[in-house]
Ligand binder design. Structure first.
Ligand code: NAP
Length: 265
């Protein structure tokens, strides 16, 4: 698939406020995205939701309309399949051509042990969390770059800040995605397009509800509130949420490798 971009001249428009009114959510059935969408609906935004299940999309669409969304469009597709990206993007282009914000929220965290014993599972995890994510972000990036406006945000994870023995496959995909976003941010800055890297700590969603101590994880509504603030430009380029994770991960990154490799978490 060819990506066409027509960069605008350099400007500092990235630092100027833009109204967030028309938002595309990639992975709209995610527990975190659901809360973000509710907060955006209360602000009267127009939403275009992409996820796998048409039935769930219909339910979410009805819920968000009641909560005040100006308009809710849906498109059922498998975001992990790069072959479907062109038709997803075409739908967005036809129905919400002047979208101003994109939030990539889908992701998969399977048991690390499965990736250790099956290369197929390993590759699926990298496909969902990194390969497909960078592919679809590239399509949206070119469009915003051509228009010289907007915001691209993607949920990575604190797991991407350091490779842990129990979670390094998921972590490496998220870490690579964070690096991709860092470069994309630099590329799009002259065009006035903002790129936000969102790094949550553990959050109470379907992804984590089987884990020990899940009840102590962050509330998705609290995390969504931080994300919406970031989308509205009240936050740095890299958002740790809850905020304490910025300090936790700074400390974790300082642990010497000779010690870190002996830690069992
Ligand atoms: N929960 C946490 O502790 C935590 C922490 C840090 C980062 N994150 C990240 O936050 C984002 C949102 O996660 P969440 O906590 O909201 O989890 P979630 O509720 O389990 O949602 C996961 C989302 O990803 C989609 N998805 C999963 N596997 C997929 C696949 N193979 N192909 C296409 N779509 C797939 C799901 O679609 P279906 O509904 O169709 O299954 C769903 O929309 C993810 O990127 C996750 O990695 C989560």
């Amino acid at each position: 698939m060819t990506v066409t971009a027509h960069p605008t001249t350099a400007s500092d428009a990235a630092t100027a406020a833009i109204a967030m009114r028309k938002v595309v959510i990639l992975g709209a059935t995610s527990g975190i995205a659901l809360e973000v969408q509710r907060q955006l609906a209360r602000r009267g935004c127009e939403l275009l939701l992409v996820a796998r299940s048409p039935q769930r999309l219909g339910e979410i669409q009805a819920d968000l309309a009641i909560r005040g969304a100006e308009r809710v469009l849906t498109y059922a597709a498998d975001l992990a399949s790069v072959q479907q990206h062109a038709t997803i993007f075409e739908f967005v282009h036809q129905t919400l051509p002047d979208f101003d914000t994109v939030l990539l929220a889908y992701g998969s965290m399977r048991d690390q042990k499965d990736s250790e014993t099956s290369v197929d599972v390993l590759l699926e995890e990298l496909q969902v969390n990194f390969v497909s994510a960078t592919a679809i972000l590239t399509l949206f990036a070119a469009d915003l770059e051509r228009r010289g406006t907007g915001c691209l945000a993607a949920i990575t994870s604190v797991a991407g800040d350091r490779g842990r023995r129990s979670n390094y496959v998921y972590g490496s995909a998220k870490g690579a995605l964070s690096l991709f976003l860092q470069g994309l941010r630099s590329r799009l800055h002259p065009a006035g397009v903002r790129v936000i890297t969102i790094k949550p700590g553990p959050v109470q969603t379907a992804m984590t509800d089987h884990l020990p101590n899940a009840a102590r994880f962050a509330n998705p509504a609290e995390v969504a509130c931080d994300i919406v603030c970031a989308l509205e430009r009240r936050s740095p380029d890299v958002l740790y949420t809850p905020r304490i994770w910025r300090y936790v991960m700074t400390a974790v990154q300082q642990i010497p490798e000779t010690i870190f490799k002996r830690l069992s978490f």
